[in-house]
Design a protein around this ligand. Structure first.
Ligand code: NAD
Length: 469
């Protein structure tokens, strides 16, 4: 006999939440698009009025400076909510599509409908943005939601819970704080959609749990995002755009350039410029800089320190465990076999690998898993076109890093090991909606040739299918 699934009695509130959410969804309240827009307005107001408290929580968790917290977390989320408020009515409308003559008279429409009750699991690196950005999509598509923030950013988790509980009843939107036991209990439930952001390792666990009920998923995962630098570049801007993308949030960004692949003849000049920019941004002592954050916890600090090969360090390499501080660090002469190339870095370390020909760089990138982002710096558009054509990736930039995530018109997501699905703006609405395709037929007019016995009608039917479909 099979053992019944046991749930820790302390977590028995989880099945209760999902069952009340399912009943709330069945009530049909979220099908009303005006209701969704109202909820988005409440969310915007709740966030705007708590901006300082949110920034304080992010400072406590990651020592994120206020400008960085605004640019990458609160500001971005508020913009996304404003767009959703303005466009949800349009996105939610059934879309007319053409109907072939064979089905005339008739009309065809795609009706977006909410999946139902969805689970959103967030990571710790942009703990506010990566909880609320998918939540906005789930709300505007008309779902009920359980949010699971990361236990590694507890101050932000607490304010996320406070915000949501102050404006929504738990049968509509609820927050479950906690780590693996809570996530595991949540994943035992039957969801209508799961949206997960985090590591590829945990992404696999989520995918397996979802498969049990054939639950559709979005998996926003990580990996090693390469940054290729040709010699035909604007040196100054290349260096500062790399430094900006790499050291924002101390490198704890899923789309930070993970490693540099640099054309041999520009390498020395580029590395010198990068060092100059690091010092300009964060001073000679980044530990004292207001704009330089900290590693999230000791576990990640120790992991990062183990990746630093002091023999290859040409800049930085300073660490302070008590302060969870690692200085911006450049390692030169790195090879594919070094420890730092065996995992996603997710910290302020730049390994540098040089190449002679672009074929070498392309082969190097394609020998790894498909990355979440790919960056190519060059003034030669035929070269950037070639790299884009030959190297698959979730997304990326030509002559910049990270900024593609800020354009609401570019759906954001990975491919292969870096993820499944994409979101932001209208793509978020689509992610959290099932597109129900419906052909509306006239009740009376009908084609006899469609029905058996076909006999002599077969040739007529063949003609109609060939010419009217
Ligand atoms: P993580 O996978 O360890 O945790 C993410 C979430 O999963 C957390 O809420 C955590 O509590 C939960 N979790 C952890 N172990 C679990 C388990 N065994 N079962 C169920 N749930 C579990 O990731 P992280 O350390 O929080 O974030 C870092 C990773 O996330 C990096 O790989 C990074 O690239 C990736 N990431 C991706 C994106 C993206 O948009 N693609 C954005 C941010 C971070």
């Amino acid at each position: 006999m099979q053992n019944p699934v046991t749930v820790d009695p302390k977590l028995s509130f989880i099945p209760e939440i999902t069952s009340t959410q399912k009943s709330f969804f069945k009530s049909g309240k979220t099908l009303d698009v005006s209701f969704r827009v109202q909820q988005l307005k409440k969310l915007k107001e709740a966030i705007v009025s708590r901006e300082d408290a949110i920034h304080e929580a992010l400072y406590k968790d990651l020592k994120k400076s206020t400008p960085e917290a605004y640019i990458t977390e609160t500001g971005l989320v508020v913009k996304e909510i404003e767009e959703a408020i303005a466009k949800t009515h349009k996105w939610a409308k059934p879309r007319k599509v053409k109907t072939p003559l064979f089905f005339a008279p008739g009309a065809s429409k795609i009706h977006p409908e909410p999946y139902g009750t969805v689970l959103i699991i967030a990571p710790w690196n942009y703990p506010f943005q990566l909880m609320f950005s998918p939540l906005v999509g789930a709300i505007c598509a008309g779902n009920t939601v359980v949010c699971k923030p990361s236990e590694c950013a507890p101050h932000t988790g607490a304010i996320i819970k406070e915000i949501i509980e102050s404006i929504y009843p738990p049968e509509y939107i609820a927050v479950v704080e906690g780590g693996i036991p809570e996530s595991t209990a949540l994943l035992k439930e039957r969801w209508d959609y799961i949206f997960f952001t985090g590591s590829t390792h945990v992404g696999r666990i989520v995918y397996q749990a979802a498969a049990k009920h054939l639950t559709p998923v979005t998996l926003e995962l990580g990996g090693k995002s390469p940054c290729i630098v040709d010699s035909n570049i604007h040196l100054e801007n290349t260096a500062r755009r790399i430094v900006w993308g790499k050291f924002m949030n101390v490198g704890q960004t899923c789309i930070a350039p993970d490693y540099l692949l640099v054309k041999k003849d520009i390498k020395d000049a580029l590395l010198e410029k990068i060092q100059e920019k690091i010092t300009q941004f964060y001073t000679d002592n980044p530990q004292e800089s207001e704009d330089y954050g900290r590693i999230i916890n000791e576990r990640n600090f120790d992991r990062l320190v183990s990746l630093i090969d002091q023999k290859k360090v040409i800049f930085g390499g300073k660490t302070d465990r008590g302060d969870k501080y690692i200085s911006p660090t450049i390692m030169d002469g790195v090879t594919r076999d070094d420890d730092i190339m065996q995992q996603e870095i997710f910290g302020p370390l730049i390994p540098v690998i040089e190449y002679d020909s672009i074929d070498e760089a392309i082969d190097f990138v394609n020998a790894g898993e498909k990355p979440l982002a790919l960056y190519i710096f060059t003034k030669d558009t035929s070269l950037s076109d070639r790299v884009l054509k030959e190297c698959p990736s979730g997304g990326g930039c030509v002559n910049d890093t990270v900024v593609h995530i800020g354009n609401p018109n570019l759906p954001f997501g990975g491919v292969g090991e870096s993820g499944i699905g994409a979101y932001h703006s209208e793509a978020s609405f689509d992610t959290f909606s099932h597109n129900k395709s419906v052909l509306h037929k006239s009740p009376s007019i009908d084609l006899d040739v469609r029905y058996a016995p076909w006999g002599k009608n077969y040739s007529k039917l063949k003609f109609l299918l060939k010419n009217m479909l």
